[in-house]
Design a binder for this molecule. Structure first.
Ligand SMILES: [Zn+2]
Length: 141
């Protein structure tokens, strides 16, 4: 995922690593934990990500997506006063979807053959928003 997001620049990657190293992410399933994935936080603190990670390709895309929300929030909070730091859901999905697009681009470049590329493209297409609703994907800003 980090290789795929490299076009975002060194500062972005360092912030991503800061999130990994400093427990911004609740990674695994646990008793009583809700399903799905989302990013949340409060102005003045770093964002938090809830995942239910099993190590699948879908989980890696979900992590890239949610970290897109988190880093977007982090940059917004650090660039704007409280009054202006919030944003609409449509804008939020640009950052998360951008991360997914960078990840699929990277994975397609690394794919060893036609079948692997077909698998990746199919997986990516199945993640389109309409499918997310049907498969109980929870995505909150
Ligand atoms: Zn989202």
């Amino acid at each position: 995922m980090k290789e795929g997001l490299a076009p975002m620049g060194e500062e972005y990657l360092q912030l991503l690593q800061e999130g990994f190293d400093n427990r911004w992410i609740d990674v695994y399933e646990n008793q009583g934990k809700r399903s799905g994935a989302y990013s949340w936080g409060a102005y003045g603190s770093h964002p938090y990500v809830l995942l239910n990670f099993h190590g699948t390709l879908n989980d890696v895309f979900t992590l890239a997506h949610e970290m897109g929300h988190s880093l977007h929030s982090w940059y917004s909070d650090h660039s704007q006063p409280f009054t202006y730091a919030g944003y609409k859901i449509f804008v939020a999905e640009v950052a998360s979807t951008c991360n997914e697009a960078l990840l699929i681009r990277h994975l397609l470049k690394k794919a060893s053959g036609k079948e692997e590329k077909a698998y990746l493209l199919n997986h990516f297409l199945e993640r389109l928003p309409g499918d997310r609703i049907q498969t109980d994907h929870v995505c909150r800003v």
